[in-house]
Design a protein around this ligand. Structure first.
Ligand code: ATP
Ligand code: MG
Length: 769
C-alpha cells in the first residue's frame, strides 16, 4: 500500500521517530519525564493505521487512566482526520479486560451479564465468609482478608496457585476463604476488580484456541506507563504478545509509584530479556519543563540508589527557579497559595496572565486538600478535584457531618438514616422500617420514632439497646449544643468518640483507614475556624451548593499519584514535611524501598511543571487541637541549591504573627527566622536552635525517639514553654493581649478588649509585639 504523507512524523525528534517507525518486533522506550513517550506512542498508533499495517480493531493500546485513554483517542482522531474508520482498542487494563471477559464469561463460569462488585460489596462478602467460618472478626478483620486476596490476584494466583509460603496468612485460613469467595462470586454471577485480569489470564493460559484468536487479532500492542504494571497485567501482556512480539512499551523506572499496589518495576527492567531483539529507544530531550525545574527534579531523584540513571536536557530556557517557601501552619500555606494563584491570574513576576486551567496543586495525602478547598471557597476561586471526591463529599466526612447535624437538629431525618447503623449497631432493614413506620404513624421525627420503638420493645435485642443508647446520646449532644457548655470543637470530638465512629475506623485494618482517620482530624481542624457547629454546617451546606459544576477555568487539585502523565504550566507542591512527605510509614520502614518510592513521587511532582514550580512546607500542623511540629522534608535538602529560590513568607516579616513571636513559639521557626529560611541552613539551624535542643532533651528524658529522626512529634506548644510573661498573643475569641502569668498549660492573659482571662495555651498564637 502506498504510504500516505505523514505530517505527524515531522514534529518528532530522531529518537522518537525511530520508536514510531520500528513497526516490527518489540520496542521499549525507556526515558525520563516529559521526553515525549506518550506523544511518540500516540504517533506510533497513527503511523500503524496510516501505513495500513493494521485495521483499528487490530491495535490494542493500554493507558493508565480512563482520562489518558480519552485524551489519546481525541489526539488520534485529530491526527488521522477522516482517513481511517473505527478506533483501536484503547483503554485501561481493566476496561479492556471487561470487554474481553463479557465475550468469554462462560469460560470463567460466569454469564456475560456479570456484575462488577465495588470494594464495599467485596468487603461485605468477605465479612459474611468470616462470620460463617466462626472466625473472630475483631482479631481477623474482613478488610485484612480483602487486602490479602487483592494482593494474590495482583500476582495472578488463583486459590490453587497460592504458594505454600503464604499458607499461614490470616491464621492459616486465607487460602480456603479465598476459594470460597471465588465460588460465591460465581454463584452471584459477579467479579471484583482483580478478577477482571485474573480470569482473562486464566482463560488465556488454559484455552489455547481463545488465546490464539486474540494473538492473531491484536497485531500491535502498545502500553503506556509500563513501569507500573503488576504481575497479572504483565502475564496478560506476554500471553497476548505471543510469538509475533509486536509490542511497544514505554515507561520510566523513576516514575514507578504504585509498588504499594503490587506494581513491579522489574517488569520494565526485564523487557529486553522477555522480548529478545527489542529495539530500545532512549529519549533524553525534555520538552515539558524549563531548565531550572528539570535540574531540580534530576537533583532529587539522583539520591535514589536503585535506578538506571538517565540524562535529561532541555533546549528551552532556564526559566524561573523552583520556589521554596515555609509557612507557619497549613492554613497559612493555603492562604498564600490562594493569593499567589490570584496574582498569577493577573500576571505576576513578569509572566503573562495565566488561566486557572493551567495551575495545579499536587498533594501527597488527600486530607491535605481540605485546607485548600476551604480557602478557595472562601475567596471564590473555582477549583476541581481530580481522581476523587471533594473533601466534604467523602464518605467519612458525610457520616461525621450527619452526626453533627443530628446534634444541632435532632429532627434531621436524613442525617439519622445515614448514621443509625453506621457504625454497625445490629439494626437491619427490618428494624429501620419499623422505626420509619412508627415515626410516620405518630407524626414525629425518626429520632422520636426510634425512641418509641426502643421504649416499646418494637426493636428488640442488641439492636434495640444500641438504638436506645443512640437516641439518648443524640438528646444529650443536642442539649450540649444548646447550653454551650463545651466548645464546639470539644463537642465534635466527643460526638465522634461516643458514637463509636472514630473507633470504627481505628479498628479498621485496611490501607484506606488511616486516610479516613486523617480526614476526620482534618474535619475537626476545620471546625476550629468557626464560632459554633451551626455556623460550620451552614458553611458546608453553601459549599456543597456551590459545588455543582460551574463552567469556566478551574485550578486542579489532586494527589501526586493521580498526576502521573499530566502537565501544567504552574504547579504547587505543598506539605513537604517529614512525616507527611515522605510519609511517616515510609520513614518507619526498615530499608529504603518505601523512601525511594516517595522520592520518585517527588520527582513525578516536580516534573509535572512546565514553567513554575512552587514547593512549600508548614512548620506546624494542627491535629485535634494539638500542634504537630514538623521538619521540612528531607527531599528539600536534596534540591540542588543553584536551582532553588527561597521566598520569605509574609507571615514571618511584618505579617500577622511577627518573627520574634513565631520563633518563640516554634523550635523549627526559631532556627529559620534568623536565616531567611534558607533551605540548606534550615535543618542545621533547627538542630542547633535552643528550642530544638530543649525538645531533644525532653524527648530523651521521656525515652522518646530523637527529634532529629525527624519524626513529626506531637507536642503541645506549652510543652516547650512557648510563651513567656510579657509576650503579645492573639486568641480567636478574645483578640490581642499580653501574657501576665503561666501555669501549666494555662495562660493568664490581659486582653486589650476583653480584660484579664485564663485561657488554654493551645488556643493562643503569638502576635507581633
Ligand atoms: P511523562 O513521563 O510525564 O508521562 P512523557 O515522556 O510521556 O512524560 P509527553 O507527555 O509525551 O512526555 O510529552 C511532554 C510534552 O512535550 C508534551 O507537551 C508534548 O507535546 C511535548 N513534546 C514531546 N515531544 C515533542 C517534540 N518532539 N517536539 C515538541 N514537543 C514535544
Ligand atoms: Mg507520558
Amino acid at each position: 500500500m502506498a504510504a500516505r504523507p505523514a505530517p505527524y512524523l515531522d514534529d518528532l525528534n530522531p529518537a522518537q521517530r525511530q520508536a514510531v517507525e520500528a513497526l516490527d518486533g518489540p520496542v521499549l522506550m525507556l526515558a525520563g519525564a516529559g521526553t515525549g513517550k506518550t506523544k511518540a506512542l500516540t504517533s506510533r498508533i497513527v503511523h500503524l493505521l496510516a501505513q495500513g499495517r493494521a485495521r483499528p480493531d487490530q491495535v490494542l493500546a493500554v493507558t493508565f487512566t480512563n482520562k489518558a485513554a480519552r485524551e489519546m483517542k481525541t489526539r488520534i482522531g485529530r491526527m488521522l482526520g477522516e482517513t481511517v474508520e473505527g478506533m483501536p482498542w484503547l483503554g485501561t487494563f481493566h476496561a479492556i479486560c471487561v470487554k474481553l471477559l463479557r465475550r468469554h464469561a462462560e469460560l470463567a463460569g460466569l454469564k456475560s451479564n456479570f456484575t462488577i462488585l465495588d470494594t464495599d460489596d467485596q468487603l461485605r462478602l468477605h465479612k459474611q465468609l468470616i462470620v460463617a467460618a466462626n472466625i473472630d472478626e475483631k482479631r481477623w478483620p474482613p478488610r485484612m482478608l480483602s487486602g490479602i486476596i487483592d494482593g494474590w490476584k495482583n500476582r495472578a494466583w488463583t486459590p490453587d496457585k497460592v504458594p505454600a509460603a503464604e499458607a499461614g496468612a490470616f491464621d492459616h485460613k486465607a487460602v480456603a476463604l479465598y476459594a470460597e469467595y471465588q465460588a460465591r462470586l460465581r454463584e452471584l454471577n459477579a467479579v471484583d476488580f482483580g478478577d477482571l485480569l485474573l480470569h482473562m489470564v486464566t482463560i488465556f493460559q488454559t484455552r489455547e484456541d481463545v488465546l490464539a484468536q486474540y494473538q492473531a487479532r491484536f497485531r500491535y500492542i502498545l502500553v503506556d506507563e509500563y513501569q507500573d504494571t503488576n504481575v497479572a497485567q504483565y502475564l496478560w501482556l506476554r500471553l497476548l504478545a505471543g510469538k509475533a512480539h509486536n509490542i511497544c512499551c514505554v515507561g520510566d523506572d523513576d516514575q514507578s509509584i504504585y509498588g504499594w499496589r503490587g506494581a513491579e518495576v522489574g517488569n520494565i527492567l526485564r523487557f529486553e530479556k522477555d522480548f529478545p531483539g527489542a529495539t530500545v529507544v532512549r529519549l533524553e530531550q525534555n520538552y515539558r519543563s524549563t531548565g531550572h525545574i528539570l535540574a531540580a527534579a534530576s537533583g532529587v531523584i539522583a539520591a535514589n540508589k536503585g535506578r538506571l540513571g538517565k540524562t535529561l536536557w532541555t533546549a528551552g530556557e532556564e526559566g524561573e527557579k523552583v520556589r521554596l517557601i515555609g509557612h507557619w501552619d497549613g492554613e497559612e500555606e493555603a492562604r498564600w497559595v490562594g493569593e499567589e494563584i490570584e496574582a498569577m491570574q493577573g500576571g505576576t513576576r513578569g509572566m503573562a496572565p495565566m488561566s486557572l486551567d493551567d495551575m495545579a496543586i499536587l498533594v501527597r495525602a488527600s486530607h491535605q486538600m481540605r485546607a485548600f478547598e476551604d480557602r478557595f471557597l472562601t475567596i471564590g476561586l473555582p477549583y476541581r478535584v481530580i481522581g476523587g471526591p471533594r473533601f466534604y463529599e467523602r464518605m467519612e466526612i458525610r457520616d461525621a457531618m450527619a452526626y453533627f447535624r443530628l446534634a444541632v437538629s435532632p429532627e434531621d431525618d436524613l442525617a439519622f438514616e445515614r448514621v443509625v447503623n453506621t457504625p454497625k449497631r445490629g439494626l437491619g432493614d427490618k428494624a429501620i422500617q419499623t422505626i420509619q413506620t412508627t415515626a410516620r404513624a405518630n407524626g414525629v421525627s425518626l429520632v422520636e420514632g426510634a425512641r418509641l420503638c426502643a421504649e416499646d420493645g418494637l426493636v428488640k435485642g442488641k439492636g434495640g439497646a444500641a438504638l436506645a443508647l443512640l437516641v439518648k446520646q443524640i438528646g444529650r449532644w443536642h442539649g450540649q449544643v444548646l447550653d454551650e457548655a463545651d466548645t464546639h470543637v470539644e463537642l465534635a470530638e466527643m460526638i465522634l468518640d461516643e458514637s463509636g465512629y472514630t473507633s470504627h475506623w481505628q479498628n479498621d485494618k485496611t490501607p484506606e483507614a488511616p486516610g479516613r482517620l486523617e480526614n476526620l482530624q482534618e474535619l475537626v481542624k476545620a471546625l476550629e475556624e468557626f464560632e459554633n457547629l451551626q455556623g460550620f454546617l451552614e458553611h458546608v451546606a453553601l459549599i456543597m451548593d456551590n459545588g455543582s459544576e460551574a463552567e469556566g477555568a478551574k485550578v486542579s487539585i489532586m494527589t501526586l499519584h493521580a498526576a502521573k502523565g499530566l502537565e501544567f504550566p504552574a504547579v504547587f507542591l505543598p506539605g513537604w514535611e517529614d512525616g507527611l512527605f515522605p510519609s511517616q510509614r515510609s520513614m518507619d520502614e526498615s530499608g529504603l524501598k518505601g523512601l525511594e518510592e516517595e522520592r520518585r513521587l517527588a520527582y513525578v511532582g516536580i516534573t509535572r511543571a512546565e514553567e513554575l514550580c512552587t514547593i512549600s512546607f508548614a512548620a506546624n500542623r494542627r491535629v485535634y487541637g494539638q500542634w504537630q511540629s514538623a521538619l521540612p522534608s528531607r527531599f528539600i535538602d536534596e534540591l540542588p541549591e543553584a536551582h532553588v529560590e527561597v521566598l520569605t513568607p509574609p507571615g514571618l516579616y511584618g505579617g500577622g504573627y511577627g518573627a520574634a513571636g513565631m520563633a518563640a513559639a516554634s523550635p523549627v521557626l526559631q532556627g529559620m527566622a534568623g536565616s531567611e529560611l534558607h533551605h540548606k541552613a534550615s535543618r542545621a539551624d533547627v538542630y542547633n536552635s535552643p528550642g530544638w535542643r530543649r525538645l531533644q532533651t525532653r524527648s530523651q528524658e521521656r525515652g522518646m525517639s530523637q527529634p532529629r529522626e525527624a519524626r513529626a512529634m506531637t507536642i503541645n506548644l506549652e510543652a516547650v514553654s512557648a510563651f513567656s510573661e510579657g509576650d503579645r498573643v492573639f486568641h480567636q475569641k478574645f483578640g490581642y493581649g499580653r501574657v501576665t502569668g503561666i501555669e501549666g498549660d494555662k495562660l493568664e492573659i490581659s486582653f486589650e478588649k476583653a480584660g484579664t482571662k485564663n485561657v488554654v495555651g493551645r488556643f493562643v498564637v503569638p502576635a507581633a509585639q
